[in-house]
Design a protein around this ligand. Sequence first.
Ligand code: IPD
Ligand code: CA
Ligand code: CA
Length: 265
Amino acid sequence: MKKESIDNLLEIAKRAAVSAGEIHALYFENGMEIGEKSGSNDLVTNADFEAENKIVSVIREVFPSHNILAEEEKYKETDSRYTWIVDPLDGTNNFASGIPIFCSSVAVALHGEIVAGAIYDVTRNELFYAGKNQGAFLNGKKIHVSQAEKLSEAIMATGFFYDRGLNMRDTLRNIEKFFLANVRGVRRLGAAAIDLAYVASGRFTGFWEFSLHPWDFAAGKLIVEEAGGRVSGVYGEVLPIATHFVVASNNHIHEDVLAILKPEV
Ligand code: IPD
Ligand code: CA
Ligand code: CA
């Protein structure tokens, strides 16, 4: 794919992510309406819907025929080779609780391969982005994954899916295993896209979560890879654009991380 075409897609991904961030800021300062998704622990606010509408309108203004896979609404499928993958507000539980850790995430895939992605955290004015084979950037500066070689130098991050069952217990067991392997620290921020952006920028060394949706990881996956990291499933397999176990790292510690997370049979 030509550099100019990737540049055009990336420009719109960045514009869409930032325009969603402006909506986040407005509601975070002035208050939002909060609802619950299907009686779970999964919240949704009017900012989620408004941010998604804004992102979709920014994309459609330039690429009206492209497909859109977004978290909150279903959009009509087209026969385009391009699919935009959109999380209008990642970290809604934080957002609704007044915790300033949330972002927007916008990626675009060509025939199922992610070619451009942007993650915007309005609270810190941080825009992370990457185009395929073009490197990863934070506010215009090139970023790289951490240089840590060993688990003992690693800050790991994780997330809990909204269940209160097996996945949660496995996550807790894995946190213990990382500490037993003498990892430097384990964090849980509550926004998977930010977790991945932080792996890309070297703030975190690695990240895992049992069950992420494509909109949680699509942009982050490309940004981590373009920053020199690796993103895979729990067996080291290529990550499909589907709900999946996601493991990300600076590459150096990937096999050690997989060995800890390997499901027991
Ligand atoms: C959630 C966040 C959270 C992760 C959940 C996601 P949402 O996304 O990324 O960190 O643990 O699995 O669903 O619902 O805030 O967009
Ligand atoms: Ca999300
Ligand atoms: Ca969301």
